[in-house]
Design a protein around this ligand. Sequence first.
Ligand code: CP
Length: 312
Amino acid sequence: MKHLLDTKDLSREDALRLLDTAQEFSDVANRSVPKLPTLRGATMVNLFFEDSTRTRLSFEAAAKRLSADVMTFQVQGSSVSKGESLKDTAQTVEAMGADIIVMRHFASGAAHRLANSGWVEAAIINAGDGTHEHPTQALLDAATLRDRMVPEARGADVSGVHVAIVGDIAHSRVARSNVFLLNTLGAKVTVVGPPELLPTGVEDWPVTTHHDLDAVIDEGPDAVMMLRVQKERIRGDFQPASGDYVRNYCLTTGRADRLPDHAIVMHPGPMNRGVEIASDVADSSRSVIVDQVRNGVAVRMAALFDVWGGGK
Ligand code: CP
């Protein structure tokens, strides 16, 4: 792969290669010196126009574990405040040696724009663009799901696994990337939320839609993925912490207790405890939220390795 921009156009073969590579890299963290020389000589730049904790730090950790050099750009404190464009910013970091640009941007389509513009030669990895996609999040979610649901994970997809994605689907790039990747990998996906938080065009997605979380819990999904309401992207007077939202869509202990014994609870983070997920559920034995973060480093090692030429 030259770039990793979305999961909608990611083939099953590419997705499985990335997951299998991540599985191989996952052991590196347990070594006394958690480093491989694989990307020695390469420079990765984190180009972040939006805030991040997990994605930015895990790309940095992934690059360092593969011995790449790392530079980090954050829009706060940069010359973007003086009017510098994306083109000029990208060409500036490439002139300083960037081979791989990992970009998070508030505009949907920004990563595609950078990859297809001819402005830079660097490989581009989309670390989240507006409400569009967040492909490495979906890959780390798939890695976590596969670890738990498919005993002989290597080479396997997640056929037949039922995943319920709950909450603010409309504004979630995590939801979009998961829907497309899980569909490619054979999972059955249900998206659940109030009508105002389901996107227009959802009827064309390869999912079942529902407004009633309790009815979906009673179907016995294998995994429930809770999403934060992205109030920073919502126009109008919708109140995510309102009693109605919490009553109808929070994964409470009572709801979690009705899931099948083997079912897992996922969340991409950051969580709003007490809104979409009860604190006790987030910290329960069903929760794989910390595993998701841990798998994020291995998946991002695989993504960096692949765009650097390792996937060929
Ligand atoms: N899941 C996720 O993208 O988290 P950050 O915004 O902290 O990177």
